[in-house]
Each structure stands twice: as structure tokens, then as C-alpha cells.
Design a protein. Structure first.
Length: 467
């Protein structure tokens, strides 16, 4: 089998074209984590309690004349392992157990070198020289040891060491897709508000999904909060007090320019994008009431009242198909979750328990909502999921600080949320950090974001044209 060739200039524009190798469909069902039957295996990423796939990633090799160091080669293999580790779905074999070492890319794979150590998958990488000065090419191969077939191979051409993180994440995404038939999420981002030290006003940041690659978006000396991604991932709305009151701004990830979308109507906050990208809904205060409004996402024009009541109407969240909107309403007393069918304009209350329910977030398939609910009996906010009709409510966190602001990953397998839990014990810390858990509440891990305080996370869609 040959490999595909990808030019890294396209990656810098974040629109690389990967052409998968023709792998037998039977191998996709066999390389896996949990046994579905005696003859079929499958990978169930994002669910706790399944057996981990045993994966070997030897140190990458290189050809003479390639502008990479031994440290670069070691870093590449180690970093790829840590990227996969985020899923909690792989067990990585130690290098000391490998029966062979060296350049695995330039020769046919010897499956008998990997099956005795019970490797189920193996990934090889090799740096080779590029025709462009200071650049190089990276060959990557992913093999199914059980079926003795290559699942995926790709060649990234003409890139620099600084591109390596992005390249490895793209490759890991394609490997997950080969195993699950669902695109990986390693190239997606998380946006959030945070501060670097005590007393500093929160700014908007983005990072990789494991907390690495921190990038600051705002630096305006004001309070900033409630980021929200556009459906294509090229823009980010957020609320800022930069002009004295709360208004909504939009940041273009491609041009790095910011525009103001709301003004002149009291405080405006908590924007959420319609799936078509042309309209945003948000909470706005006017004449002593807080209602939900819409404006055009391009220029903030055509402001309309969307959902109005006699009190609190806030936190709109469009369903993935745009046919419904979840929101928080205090029309019957305490704030609870409602869903409006935009075809019939009928509202359905979907939560009745809890003192204060907030922050609805749709799973991509539209079949689940995650939200935060306050349990007055234990004085805690926790994360729950529920069907859009109010059925099958499930609690995902319990008695570990306050857990709020859930946001689904684009594949629906994970939820990111903020928590002030203490690393040891059941009390509450003075600051918040971000955590990710699987869709069933398992595999909870803190993101290593180097900030003092981090809140209001929102997971990006699949990133096709912005980074």
C-alpha cells in the first residue's frame, strides 16, 4: 500500500486534503477496545469502563539531512501518545517491550514483531528531507496488527517543527475516524473566560482540548465572559463590559478583528448562534425585564424580540437542526429549562426538580441536553443530561464542588465543564478549573490550562477553516 501526500501549505490555511488508504471494512470492525461478539471488536470512545486498545508508538526515525533533532523525534512520538491518551481509550505499550527498533517506515511491517507483545495497533513515523530549505516531510502509518492491514497512511510535506502539533492532531483525528467512522476531535478547540492571577479581570482565551496551546483573544482591561463559536468555527462571540455595560462582540479567527454586535438597549449577553450562522440569539435587559432577542450575526442589525415573558428569559441555545431552542425561564418562579418548537412556537418545560437549572447545551445529534442544576439540599451545582422532552434525566456529577456550564464535544462523546472542586476532599476551592468527562460521567480529568481561574467553557465545532 502507498501513502497519501499532503502539502503543509494547505495545513497552514487549515484546509488540508487527506486521502485515506483503501482499508478493508472488516479490519475497521476488528481493531477495537471492547468485544461485541466472538468475532467482532469495536472501539467505544468516550464511554467509561471499556477495555483499552493496546497501541504501540515507537520513536520516530529520520533520513540523513532532515532538519530535525533526536529530541524532535522523541517529542513527536511522545506527543502523539499524549494526544490519544486524552480519550482514555488506549493502553500504550512501553518501548522496552518492543521486539524491534529503527526505521519501520522504509520497509514492510513485520506483524510478527508486534503480535507477541499483544499490540493491537501500531503507529510508525519518519521524518524525511524536503526540497525546501529548513522544512521536512513526515510519513505516518497506522496498522491493525490483528487483521495485518494498514488502516491509514499519510505524508505531510514541506512543514516546520512549529507545525508538528497540528499535524499530529490531524493524523490522530483520521485514526479515530478509521476506528469509529466518526471524525476525531483532537483538532477542535475550547474557548473560555479566565484570569492569569488573583484580582485580574477575566479575558477570553482558547486552547486545545487538553488545555495546551493557550491563546488569548481579548486584552481590554474589562470583564469578558460567555464565549460562543460560530457553526463553522471561524468566529467567536463573547460578552464584554469594555464600554461600560454588557454588550456582545464578535471576533473573526481568520482576520483577528473584532466587531460590536449590540448597543443601546441595556445589557446584552450570552450569545448563541443559529446553525445557519446568520443569526444569533442572546439575553437582553430592557424596561426592567430580561428577554431573548436576535440580531444578524454580520452587523448586529435587524434586532427582534425572540422570547419574552414577565420576568426572566435567558440563555438561549439553538438545537443542531435549528428547529428548536432551549432556554431558561423564571415564568413559574425558580429558573427552569424550557424548549420551544420554532415551527409551532410552543414551549415545553423539561425540568421540574432542582432549585435553579441553567446553561442548556445540545448534543450534536439533538437527542440530549446537558445542563447545570442547583441542589439546595446539598448546596451544590451539578451536571445533568436530559432528553429534549424532559425524559431520562441523569446526574453526571455529585458532591465534588460546584459543577456548571457544560458544553458537548462535537462528536457527542465528551462534556467540558467548570468546577471549583478540590483535588482532594469534598469542599469547594476559591477558583474554578475546567474538566472533561465522558458522556456517562466517567473518565473525569482536569485540563492543564495555565491560568489562575477558568470558567464558561464552550467546545468548538469541527475546525475546517480556522485554527
Amino acid at each position: 500500500m502507498g501513502t497519501d501526500r499532503v502539502n503543509l501549505n494547505a495545513i497552514k490555511k487549515v484546509s488540508i486534503l487527506l486521502i485515506a488508504l483503501n482499508a478493508a471494512s472488516s479490519s475497521l470492525s476488528r481493531l477495537a477496545i471492547a468485544s461485541q461478539s466472538n468475532s467482532e471488536l469495536f472501539i467505544d470512545v468516550g464511554r467509561a469502563g471499556t477495555r483499552k486498545l493496546r497501541l504501540a508508538i515507537p520513536k520516530f526515525s529520520s533520513d540523513p539531512g532532515t532538519p530535525v533533532t533526536a529530541a524532535d523525534k522523541d517529542f513527536a512520538a511522545d506527543r502523539l501518545e499524549s494526544i490519544f491518551e486524552f480519550t482514555s481509550s488506549f493502553e500504550f505499550l512501553k518501548e522496552k517491550s518492543f521486539l524491534a527498533k529503527g526505521d519501520f517506515v522504509s520497509k514492510p511491517i513485520q506483524y510478527d514483531e508486534w503480535s507477541p507483545i499483544n499490540a493491537e495497533g501500531v503507529i510508525f513515523g519518519k521524518f524525511v528531507p524536503s526540497s525546501k530549505v529548513g522544512k521536512f516531510t513526515l510519513d505516518l502509518r497506522f496498522y491493525d496488527v490483528k487483521s495485518r492491514q494498514q488502516l491509514y497512511g499519510v505524508r505531510y510535506s514541506d512543514f516546520e517543527v512549529g507545525d508538528l502539533e497540528r499535524v499530529l492532531r490531524r493524523f490522530a483525528d483520521k485514526c479515530i475516524e478509521k476506528l469509529t467512522k466518526e471524525a476525531g476531535i483532537f483538532s477542535t478547540k475550547i474557548a473560555f473566560a479566565g484570569s492569569r492571577k488573583t484580582g485580574e479581570l477575566r479575558q477570553i482565551f482558547i486552547s486545545n482540548i487538553d488545555g495546551s496551546g493557550l491563546r488569548q483573544i481579548t486584552n481590554n482591561g474589562a470583564i469578558n465572559m460567555s464565549p460562543s463559536w460560530s457553526p463553522d468555527g471561524t468566529k467567536l462571540t463573547y460578552t464584554s463590559f469594555r464600554e461600560g455595560k454588557a454588550d456582545i462582540y464578535v471576533y473573526n479567527m481568520l482576520t483577528q478583528r473584532t466587531a460590536k454586535l449590540t448597543s443601546g438597549f441595556g445589557n446584552n449577553s450570552g450569545a448563541n448562534w443559529h446553525p445557519d450562522g446568520r443569526v444569533i440569539a442572546f439575553s437582553g435587559s430592557h424596561s426592567g425585564l430580561t428577554s431573548i432577542f436576535t440580531v444578524n450575526s454580520i452587523d448586529g442589525g435587524n434586532r427582534k424580540t425572540f422570547i419574552a415573558g414577565s420576568g426572566l428569559e435567558v440563555e438561549p441555545a439553538y438545537s443542531p437542526d435549528g428547529a428548536k431552542v432551549a432556554f431558561v425561564s423564571g415564568r413559574f418562579g425558580n429558573p427552569h429549562l424550557f424548549v420551544r418548537d420554532l415551527r409551532s412556537d410552543k414551549d415545553v418545560r423539561i425540568t421540574f426538580a432542582g432549585w435553579y437549572n441553567s446553561s442548556p447545551s445540545w448534543r450534536r445529534d439533538g437527542r440530549k441536553l446537558a445542563f447545570a442544576g442547583y441542589d439546595r439540599q446539598i448546596d451544590r451545582y451539578d451536571i445533568f443530561t436530559v432528553n429534549p422532552d424532559g425524559r431520562q434525566m441523569e446526574r453526571l456529577t455529585l458532591d465534588q464542588g460546584d459543577n456548571e456550564k457544560p458544553s458537548w464535544s462535537p462528536d457527542g462523546r465528551y462534556i467540558v465543564f467548570q468546577s471549583n472542586r478540590k483535588p482532594r476532599g469534598r469542599g469547594k476551592a476559591n477558583t474554578y478549573k475546567l474538566y472533561v468527562m465522558s458522556r456517562d460521567g466517567g473518565n473525569v480529568k482536569q485540563l492543564g490550562i495555565p491560568l489562575h481561574d477558568v470558567v464558561m467553557p464552550v467546545w468548538s465545532p469541527y475546525m475546517n477553516s480556522a485554527d
